[in-house]
Design a protein around this ligand. Structure first.
Ligand code: ES4
Ligand code: ZN
Length: 325
């Protein structure tokens, strides 16, 4: 079995992390002060984000995100995250970015993307870390807003924007309702991913892959409950963006030791490790790698293989992948 303290972690990569969800409580207070907002109410007595269930988490996330207002704010949160993670050994990251949140404060799409891209490029220059943007639609904001996000990508192609995805409340609407949005994003040359099989079961994953041409599923962890679905995902080479720490924080599994990561690896599915909304879920990508060595006995070579898997499933161009592999 692998003792995580006995070896240094290999270089890491992650495909599933929400940019607004990387904002630490300290950074949130800094942004709040910058804009004269009191965000203390979002924190518990220990200074951590306070929430009790998935809906409260989404509400807390939205309330915090209201403090991210200007291009400078977006630059700062992006640079802050990638500088910190580069120091931990992250070599590649894709950030979900929600244009809906940016537009709330009147930021135009090109302004938003330029600010985030500039921070990613500075992090690359300073630390050698490579980052890209995946636009994300929020499911419970509805079909029209999802189509509008895809339309922005179509109208304003940008080399740092490489994917389109959808998160939010999985109970709301049906994946088929979002066919047009995903088709428009695919037509813009973007890779496709969609959250499914996290708060809902395998039927939600099945509905997603039947309706939408995704090559990756956000979470997808509950696929393990349906052997036929596992076979289909394996046959189609669909990659799971697993976020074990997030799953435990949200109560999808009662504790890390009961998470089905080992079974998912055994099943032969293509899987990756991810942090989702790190400070909200008391995790980060390094913690996810360490926990996989601790709980699933993955050794340094196994973890390196997960990094390779993430890079081969990444939405960046092939030349970038070759450089990172
Ligand atoms: C999410 Cl839309 C969104 N943002 C952040 N975290 C999420 N989890 C599920 N959907
Ligand atoms: Zn997510």
């Amino acid at each position: 079995s692998a003792d995580p303290s006995a070896f240094s972690l290999p270089p890491m990569a992650e495909l599933h992390c929400h940019l607004e969800g990387t904002v630490s409580p300290a950074m949130a207070m800094k942004l709040g002060a910058r804009h004269g907002m009191d965000l203390q109410g979002l924190l518990d007595a220990h200074g951590a984000y306070a929430w009790d269930n998935f809906h409260e988490f989404l509400a807390s996330y939205d309330a915090m995100a209201k403090a991210i207002q200007t291009p400078e704010d977006y630059f700062d949160i992006t640079y802050d995250y990638y500088a910190a993670m580069a120091r931990r050994g992250l070599i590649y990251g894709e950030s979900f970015v929600s244009p809906d949140h940016g537009q709330y404060h009147g930021l135009s799409y090109p302004t938003l993307i330029d600010a985030i891209s500039a921070a990613m490029q500075k992090a690359e220059a300073d630390f050698g870390i490579t980052a890209r943007i995946i636009l994300i639609a929020v499911r419970h904001y509805g079909v029209e807003r999802a189509k509008a996000v895809a339309e922005l990508a179509h109208r304003h192609p940008h080399p740092m924007v490489v994917g389109f995805g959808m998160g939010g409340d999985e109970h709301y609407l049906h994946p088929a309702d979002f066919k047009q949005a995903f088709a428009r994003a695919a037509d813009a040359g973007l890779g496709l991913t969609c959250h499914a099989g996290e708060v809902m079961g395998p039927e939600s994953i099945k509905a997603t892959i039947d309706a939408l041409a995704v090559s990756r599923i956000g979470h997808g962890v509950r696929a393990i409950e349906d052997p036929a679905l596992v076979d289909e995902l394996r046959d189609k080479g669909i990659v799971l963006e697993l976020c074990p720490g997030s799953n435990v924080a949200l109560g999808v599994y009662p504790e890390r030791s009961t998470h089905p990561l080992a079974a998912l690896i055994q099943s032969g599915l293509k899987i990756t490790l991810n942090s989702d909304d790190p400070p909200f879920f008391h995790t980060d990508i390094e913690q996810e790698y360490r926990n996989a060595s601790l709980f699933e006995s993955l050794d340094a070579a196994d973890l390196r293989q997960l990094t390779r898997q993430a890079i081969s499933a990444a939405f960046c161009d092939d030349k970038t992948k070759q450089r990172l592999l």
